[in-house]
Design a protein around this ligand. Sequence first.
Ligand code: DAT
Ligand code: MG
Length: 148
Amino acid sequence: MEKTFLMVKPDGVQRNLIGDITARFERKGFKLAGAKLMAIPTELAEEHYGEHKEKPFFGELVDFITSGPVFAMVWEGEDVIATARTMMGATKPAEAAPGTIRGDYGVTVGKNVIHGSDSKESAEREIGLFFDEKELVDYEKDSLNWIY
Ligand code: DAT
Ligand code: MG
């Protein structure tokens, strides 16, 4: 089954949104494969956001993501990468639809509450950056028979 990397950013943790965000993916029918509260070291932040290294906002982005703890997660399910992106909402706050996470909670492009992998390649890369193989749990969930 496909896996994606999702992370409640420091603003989401400070605004007590871990529960709400996690609940949305649980209710949808996705399966949690791993999760942890962690502080991101600067080197990991720079690596994670490597694709944005040349952008003018890169320094600000790294400062923000290392400014407080994040809640890192791996979720599993059919088409979970694209579906999670839809549930997150667009990057630009004005384009994030109501009902999506960013649409419900984000006002600025920077403090937008959640990160989610945008492709199979980035999901694999980001899961590898944030989680050891042994931190991911493979288990059965009976409720999945009522989802698939
Ligand atoms: P996403 O998080 O939707 O995948 P992205 O990968 O383009 O968006 O950018 C990563 C993060 O960088 C994004 O969540 C917020 C920040 N960011 C993006 N564009 C920005 C901009 N024009 N100014 C400031 N921050 C920006
Ligand atoms: Mg991105």
